[in-house]
Design a protein around this ligand. Sequence first.
Ligand code: G1P
Length: 267
Amino acid sequence: MPVRVAVIPAAGLGTRFLPVTRAVPKELLPVFDTPSLQHTVDEAAHAGIEEVILISNRAKPAIETFAQQATGNVRVRVVYQDSPRGLGQAVECAREAVGDAPFAVLLPDELMGDSSHLRDLITEHDRSGKSAIGLKNVPRNEVSAYGCVTPQGVPDATGRVGVRDVVEKPNSVDAPSDLVIIGRYVFSRDIWGHLAALKPATGGELQLSDAIGSLARKGGVVGVLVNCSRHDTGTPLGMLTASVDAALRRKDVSPALRAWLERRLSS
Ligand code: G1P
C-alpha cells in the first residue's frame, strides 16, 4: 500500500526558544525567509505525501492558520493533543485520521536538505513491508540525546540494517551502539498496537521509541542510514545555522551574505 500520509508532531511549547515562543510557535520561526515547518511539509510533499496531519496544541493557534495557508501540493490538517504526554502519545493522536494505511512521521526539529532520505524509507517499507526508521552514526558521547538502536549486525552497502531493539536516550556507557534515530520514520499499521500498549517511561512520557522497540523485538523494523545534509533546528543555534545555510544556497542573497560574513569575521 503506498505511503500517502505524514504525521508531523508540533505540539511542544518550545521552551528552548523562549522568549520568542511566547508569541510565535517554534515551528513557525523562519529558516531564512520560510517557516521551518513549511520546509518539513515540502520534504513530505516531494517524497509523494498527499496529506499532512499536524499534531498541535490549542495554545498555538498560529499552527491552525499555517495549516490553512500552507503552500504546495498537499492537504494539511490539524489534530490536537490536549494534554501532551510524550511523542508516542502525539503520534497516537493521529490514529483515526491515518486509518490502516502505512504512514510517515517527520519530527520538525530535524531539517533535511532534501526528500531523498524520506524517499529511501518509503522504498524500504514498500520492499520489505516493515517499518523503516532513519539512522545516523554519532560519537558515543552524543547518543544520550537520541533514541539508540541495537542493530542486527552492520549496515549493508546500501545503508540498511535490521533493528533488534531501541532504547530512548541511554547514557553513553550503556548505549547498545552508536546508531541513533534521526526523526524520520515510515510505519506499517502494526505500530498502532504497540503505541496503544505503551506504559509511561521515566518522567511519565509515552515514548515513541518504546513502541518501536516493542515492534523491533518482533522483527518488524529496518533502519536506513541517512546520507543527505541535515540541521538540528531544536536549538536556537541550530536554527541560526540552518538559516545561514539556506541563505548561502540562494543565488539572490548569497553574494551579499558571504561578503558581510567575511568582513564580520575578519574584524
Ligand atoms: C526525539 C525522539 C528520539 C529521536 C530524536 C531525534 O527526541 O524521542 O528518539 O532520536 O527525537 O531528533 P527529542 O529530540 O524530541 O527529545
